[in-house]
Design a binder for this molecule. Structure first.
Ligand SMILES: [Zn+2]
Length: 406
């Protein structure tokens, strides 16, 4: 079977790991930063050398295309080039580099294809410099208001608009991805969790992205002196909150084993060691692929009484996202191709969000996962062995060619 080239794959990963190198095994390559612009330049240089045509849209998304038969829509593959602060060399960039390697294989091996084939680089997926995450795929699919996004500021007060204009990558609105011009997207990404490695599986066949709910809980008690207030008179908002967190864990654990939930943010007022806390807030993030299980989680939240340990308890939804299902035919191609290459594979849902989940509303889309060593992600330890990267690139290549044929 047709195969991508391991040495070239390795060289790509090594080269791009220099852009934003922290010196500790990872990178800081925030969106549209000088480091990210260096990575974009190298990407464009390599695409130009392969004879690809490069366009950018008004959100600086890069579309590098191998031409095909006239009048046919293009097939896209790719991901993002930006990282979080002190992130790794695989999240996002591996989706770009495997796509570039697949494109290079098509060009150098003169693989016949009808449709144009585009390697896409989405701008600002991480939202680490300019909030929110998945900004540009969100704008072009109508999820986010462009003017609001342009006003998003980094910690130095620079707006996204200013960074965009200074980048040299702001192109025409006419170049945006549309259903007329593009017929499919396949995004390869690192799993960002330990399941594939744990189960010794090469390829994650991604069926969709888990739905999630995010709630904020508030507890109001009474601030009093820590030395003079007998325990029975206290209205301790932090105690009420911790009791509730315990309840949530106990009850949510009774639901499906694939459910994940997190209290990642908590605040206590006045946060002074001699004062009984009078105001405590915490968040709960719950994710599962089955809307029915999310509904059950919601019932557990709703069962929290108005008064907990003499404190007023309330909760509200901060935001939520419905489960996204990818295009079944493409999911089937990924499964078939992994099998034909002799790779082990497993169907799964993504916990984290990806650009692909927005694009799937406009054109048929799917994703391919490769293992993350020890499940690490969004940190400098992030790693996917090159053999796994190559396996992913091969499945990506063949899936693009299947879409081309059918
Ligand atoms: Zn990513």
């Amino acid at each position: 079977m047709l195969s991508c080239n391991k040495e070239r794959m390795e060289d790509k990963i090594k080269t791009f790991s220099k852009f934003g190198d922290t010196g500790k095994g990872g990178i800081t390559r925030l969106s549209l930063s000088p480091e990210a612009l260096d990575a974009r330049e190298e990407f464009c240089r390599r695409c130009t050398a392969l004879g690809m045509d490069i366009k950018t849209d008004d959100m600086a998304n890069i579309y590098a295309t191998i031409s095909g038969e006239k009048g046919l829509p293009a097939i896209m593959m790719g991901s993002h080039i930006d990282s979080v602060k002190q992130g790794g060399n695989y999240d996002g960039i591996l989706g770009v580099l495997t796509a570039l390697e697949a494109a290079e294989t098509i060009v150098t091996e003169k693989v016949p294809h009808k449709h144009p084939i585009t390697v896409i680089v989405w701008t600002n997926e991480e939202g680490a410099r300019f909030e929110p995450a998945m900004m540009s795929s969100g704008v072009i699919t109508g999820k986010f208001d462009k003017d609001v996004m342009l006003a998003s500021k980094d910690t130095e007060g620079i707006t996204f608009k200013e960074a965009l204009e200074a980048s040299g990558y702001m192109g025409e609105i006419e170049n945006r991805m549309t259903a007329e011009k593009y017929k499919a997207l396949v995004e390869l990404h690192v799993e960002q969790g330990p399941v594939l490695e744990d189960e010794k599986v090469d390829i994650g066949i991604v069926e969709g992205v888990c739905g999630m709910i995010n709630y904020e809980f508030t507890f109001i008690g009474q601030a009093d002196h820590a030395g003079t207030t007998p325990m029975k008179y206290r209205k301790d908002a932090l105690y009420a909150a911790t009791k509730t967190i315990q309840y949530l864990h106990d009850e949510l654990d009774k639901l499906d084993g694939k459910l994940v939930y997190t209290t990642g943010k908590i605040s206590a007022h006045p946060n002074i060691h001699t004062v009984i806390p009078d105001l405590v807030k915490f968040t709960l993030d719950v994710r599962h692929q089955d809307p029915e299980v999310i509904k059950q989680a919601l019932e557990i939240i709703k069962a929290i009484p108005n008064i907990v340990e003499k404190c007023e308890a309330s909760y509200e939804e901060a935001w939520s996202r419905k489960t996204v299902n990818f295009y079944p035919e493409f999911v089937g191609y990924v499964e078939k191709n992994a099998k034909e290459y002799g790779y082990s594979a497993k169907r799964m849902y993504s916990g984290p969000g990806h650009d692909a989940q927005f694009i799937t509303d406009v054109i048929p889309t799917t994703m391919i996962f490769v293992p993350s060593e020890n499940g690490h992600s969004h940190c400098e330890k992030e790693c996917t062995p090159v053999d796994n990267c190559l396996k992913g690139a091969n499945v990506l290549l063949q899936t693009i060619l299947d879409i081309d044929k059918n």
